[in-house]
Design a protein around this ligand. Sequence first.
Ligand SMILES: Cc1ncc(COP(=O)(O)O)c(C=O)c1O
Length: 500
Amino acid sequence: MSEIKYSWQDDAVFLDQKLQNYSKGAHYPFHMPGHKRTPLDFPNPYSVDITEIDGFDNLHYAQGILKEAQDRAAQIYGSEETFYLVNGSTAGILSAISTALPRLSTLLMSRNSHRSAYHAAYLRGLETVYLLPAPTKFGISGSVSPAHVAQALEDLPQIAGVFITSPTYDGVVSDIRTIAEIVHAYDLPLIVDEAHGAHFLFSDSFPDSAIDCGADLVIHSLHKTLPCLTQTALLHVNSDRIDKNALKRFLSIYQTSSPSYLLMASMEQCMRFLKEEGETKMSEFSLRLNTFYQQAKSFKHLTVFDKSTCQPEECFDHDPSKILISVGDSGLTGKKLYQKLLHNYQLQMEMCTGHYVTALTSLMDTSDGFRRLSSALKEIDDSIKVAPQQSKTSNVIIHGSRTGGRTKLLTSNVIYQNPKPQMPIALAMEQPSEVLSLKASTGHISQEYVYLYPPGIPLIAPGEILTGKLLAIIEQCQKHGLSVEGLSDMANQSIQVVKQ
Ligand SMILES: Cc1ncc(COP(=O)(O)O)c(C=O)c1O
């Protein structure tokens, strides 16, 4: 039996103390949550930490103050009905898919979706058919094409509903208005995971909200881009294609039976803040973003993603609050740039991948924070000694290893190979299994997920074939220091596959 170690000694790192130290530190948060550790006017958490006691409403049977609070959120977002989520967008996505599609039916979904959509497919025994996002010159996954949605619906009459992630973690938005028209022509429900776009509605500087574009169900993580506590999210219903009683049933299955009033009060306060100050704060935020993007144009090597460099089929629209900084021809990798920003400039980014880092910004970011980011990037850019080749944008699509002074980068276009499913997720996971070393698993059907976290999009999902190319990419991701997760073997040496 392995020995379990409990350390209560002086050198033990306790969570609460680590958090306190972090909050006192000089690191500037270009990451979630969107409140950026700036408190709104909120009481001491211990003094108001309750769940459903006498005199307070029950989230799963809301009739009083929670019903009113949810109605106010619906009014702000212009939806028919809005539900508070205390278990993040994850609970909203699980509930939305479970409600909108019959068990064992077929879901048409964008392949670059968060793992919660895959988990919903697993739980409901759904067959998944994937929409592949367009590749972009920048190396990130682009938009889902409405024409692909139309083609899939024409070819596969068994499709019972459509799920699109828009914006993606990178801020890429698809043409939801056109997609909604196509899906509704078949009288099917359209679910949009707009977890990263809860702020869209509050300014014209951002893409249109999926609610306005006609999606039937829309999920928003308030905590990602707005001043709200972690785990807070909203689920909006916008049509009578959705059975609201079934939705409430699934919400009560997937969410805790002890919803935190702290989280719910934080949502209500966020809504009030947006109603009272949203317009002003959003326009100040847009100005800061514009200034940043203008300054970034002077970089010689680093490249900041700009949707105007893409064709509309590649990227229909982009949320500028997600700042993607590609290492371009600098000779850096995403991880190296991330570490430089963290260690030399105390700027904590949201994430990095093979060739870029992401700064998540919100209306709570300060002018000083933006100044720190642009001057750090300028200094790094100025310190790069590689002679620029061609144009900056054409350099970012190179991938592979380093040769002749040109750094070849591991882009998202390379990482996400979109392997073909051989069987539905649930069926694959329930087959007899065997554990193989990763190297020996070529040609086998996976029973596990492998994803980079963040963003949590599967490189491989259960039911898909492990190819040599995919395994080589997983190895490269590890070499680049990216966080490869999902396997039950946390050392990423072995994988559970369907027994042959
Ligand atoms: C696109 C997308 N959808 C959904 C989620 C899940 O959101 P939450 O963390 O609020 O459960 C994430 C999380 O990162 C995400 O990136």
